[in-house]
Design a protein around this ligand. Structure first.
Ligand code: CAA
Length: 279
């Protein structure tokens, strides 16, 4: 199966790796320039080399995975069976991307979006084929879940097909009827927002909030470190979608979250969030 991935950032390159590490998939990793796409592949290579150095993977196996990934702009997606869009989280960008893909892709190519909270129905509104949500979790090569999201016009057969593809990647799909934040982000992101509030009120230090949730709730990583990993700008954007779509004040983004994003404190990607990160 030939799979196009649109967007070679953290999620796009992680999704490309998730496909490429399974036999039977060829990947076209795309971005707006060839250089950005190549940089995404470089990220995958660095990740695989870490595993080789740890003795968890043979160098030849890492090379096989890399050989399955071609890079370029979306023009290399003409022969794809499936395209997963993982572009910037903006309705306009996603709608425009799919409009352009319609002119490039085969008529029978499946269109899927990795949006983390935007409406599948709205992204797919003006397309010549139905759209489905295929939502991976960061880090995509490791996390087992894929949310398969049906918009109002997504046929049953397409949901089933994408669930099968997720299973062939070694993932566990859950079926979701489109709703703001789907399942995971509707629960997870307000929890992170609440942790920001606990921190802002001085209830405990950032370290102790994270230790409390790791040891008291068995989370693999604390909520503030997780917010830093996801990107505090992404956390804020998802809270805003939840608030706008539901009109429910319980989804109010915490003012400290907003202030940190305005100040460029975005977490791991900017080097500073609730914690400090060095390259
Ligand atoms: N890419 C590929 N592989 C990665 C990776 C990455 N970015 N980060 C870690 N890994 C791999 C490591 O290579 C390692 O593999 P091996 O065991 O084969 O060596 C394995 O993951 C475990 O990594 P580490 O030992 O370095 O660290 P860890 O045990 O602390 O696990 C973690 C790292 C899996 C990320 C863990 O901290 C975790 O589960 N964190 C929570 C992640 C989470 O909640 N993600 C969801 C975010 S929400 C989201 O993504 C949705 C959205 O729309 C915003």
């Amino acid at each position: 199966m030939i799979v196009g991935i649109i967007g070679a950032g953290t999620m796009g390159s992680g999704i490309a790796q998730a496909f490429a590490q399974c036999e039977g998939f060829q990947v076209r990793l795309c971005d707006i320039t060839e250089e950005l796409a190549a940089r995404g592949k470089g990220r995958i290579e660095a990740q695989l080399m870490k595993r080789v150095q740890k003795g968890k993977m043979e160098a030849a196996a890492a090379q096989t995975i890399l050989d399955r990934i071609a890079t370029g702009t979306k023009d290399i997606c003409t022969d794809c069976d499936l395209i997963v869009e993982a572009a910037f989280e903006s309705m306009d960008v996603k709608q425009q991307t799919f409009q352009e893909l319609m002119a490039i892709a085969r008529p029978d190519c499946i269109f899927a979006s990795n949006t983390s909270s935007l409406s599948i129905t709205q992204i797919g509104a003006k397309l010549d084929r139905p759209l489905v949500g295929m939502h991976f979790f960061n880090p995509a090569p490791v996390m087992k879940l894929v949310e398969v999201i049906a918009g109002i016009n997504t046929p049953r057969a397409l949901v089933d097909r994408v669930k099968e593809i997720a299973v062939s990647l070694g993932k566990t799909p859950v079926e979701v009827n489109e709703a703001a934040g789907f399942v995971v982000n509707r629960i997870l992101i307000p929890m992170i927002n609440e942790a920001v509030g606990v921190y802002a009120e001085g209830v405990a230090s950032a370290e102790d909030i994270d230790t409390a949730m790791k040891l008291g709730a068995n989370h693999p990583i604390g909520p503030l470190a997780l917010g830093d990993m996801i990107g505090l700008d992404v956390v804020l954007a998802i809270m805003e979608v939840l608030q706008a779509e539901t009109g429910d004040p319980k989804y109010r983004p915490h003012p400290l979250l907003r202030k940190m994003v305005r100040g460029g404190l975005l977490g791991v990607k900017s080097g500073q969030g609730f914690f400090t990160y060095t390259k």
